[in-house]
Design a protein around this ligand. Sequence first.
Ligand SMILES: Nc1nc2c(ncn2[C@@H]2O[C@H](COP(=O)(O)OP(=O)(O)OP(=O)(O)O)[C@@H](O)[C@H]2O)c(=O)[nH]1
Ligand SMILES: [Mg+2]
Length: 199
Amino acid sequence: MSSKGSAGGGGRSGGRRQRNIAVLGYWNVGKTSVVQRYVNDAFTPKYFPTIEQTYHKELAFQNMDIDLVITDTAGQEEYSLLPMHALQSCDGYLLVYAVNDSNSFEGLKNIYKKLQENIGSTRPIVIVGNKVDLNNRQVPKEKGQELAKRWEMLFAECSACSGEGVDEIFTDILAKIEQERRLVYSGGGKNGGKNCALM
Ligand SMILES: Nc1nc2c(ncn2[C@@H]2O[C@H](COP(=O)(O)OP(=O)(O)OP(=O)(O)O)[C@@H](O)[C@H]2O)c(=O)[nH]1
Ligand SMILES: [Mg+2]
């Protein structure tokens, strides 16, 4: 856990490349737990609702030194406003539901709609089904896969409790972010390509 970093949008900090992602989803789905498993390799069974928290992790990825800034948001329900101040500058997003809570899965539609309205749909997103260690599943894996396919996003399941699948989620979103950046800067992206230096 760490103090809030400057909004990145892909900047450099001391030769390192900063990448920003945000974690969104209904309350209690395990957003904080997934982040804490990834950043600290820790898990607590206690529930502490989040207001908003920023985490940092330094890692080597695809021959780059990355300063990953992860914004863990408060759980969103139907009428919640998304924290746009934190989301606007992100390079990618995790949309998390709990596989034992079908409401949290249905709720992703509303969250994604708000994200689209405010940010557009061009940035990488991974849909994440968490809590696969529990045996009271309500959302079959296929439903998550179908939704991700329909929305043209990546999909993964994980357990913050056991750690299964957690690292892969962050590897997947980072890979997608770097892939999109290469596309934009090589001229294949929506800005028509400006042959800018990769940052
Ligand atoms: N069994 C199991 N429990 C989990 C898992 N992930 C989170 N939990 C538990 O679910 C509860 C909620 O986890 P949080 O990580 O606080 O959920 P959150 O989505 O951040 O909640 P908000 O901040 O209120 O939106 C806690 O009691 C966690 O211990 C998991 O993978 N398996
Ligand atoms: Mg939380």
